[in-house]
Design a protein around this ligand. Structure first.
Ligand code: ZN
Length: 143
């Protein structure tokens, strides 16, 4: 079961995660997806499976090569542009893991990145968030 109130991105990721359990792990008598077993091999496998389903590693690598990004030289702006261009629902955390795993960026080099802020700097604040912000400001003025 997937929480139906989740936004698209985590909902799709969770469905991929659960699909792996359905396809591969269904013979296990007990299986629990929770924060206390995130290091479990079965759970890691489900996370990798889902990330691969959403954005295959080969596609990720091919696109970075096309963008002329060399190993060790990937930066946050490149990942924002890649996410925007591909419209992938894979999170920035997932993209960072791929970039680090494939050697496009040194491990930990994206730790302090404010992804939403960077996305807004590059592409502007999307209209739905501008409206939301204006409504919030209008509401604060009436109090
Ligand atoms: Zn799981």
């Amino acid at each position: 079961m997937v929480n139906r109130f989740l936004p698209d991105s985590p909902a799709i990721f969770t469905m991929g995660h659960e699909l792996k359990h359905f396809l591969v792990d269904r013979d296990y008598k007990t299986l629990w997806c929770g924060d206390d077993n995130v290091n479990d091999k079965i759970e890691i496998g489900a996370e990798v499976f889902s990330a691969e389903l959403m954005f295959p590693e080969k596609d990720f690598e091919d696109l970075l090569v096309q963008m002329e990004v060399k190993k060790g030289e990937c930066n946050p702006e490149i990942l924002v542009r890649l996410k925007h261009a591909t419209k992938t629902t894979l999170s920035y955390a997932g993209l960072v893991k791929k970039a680090e795993f494939l050697g496009f960026a040194p491990k930990g080099s994206f730790n302090r990145v404010k992804w939403q802020q960077l996305e807004d700097q590059i592409y502007g604040v999307p209209i739905h968030r501008q409206i939301k912000r204006q409504r919030k400001q209008a509401k604060e003025l009436t109090w």
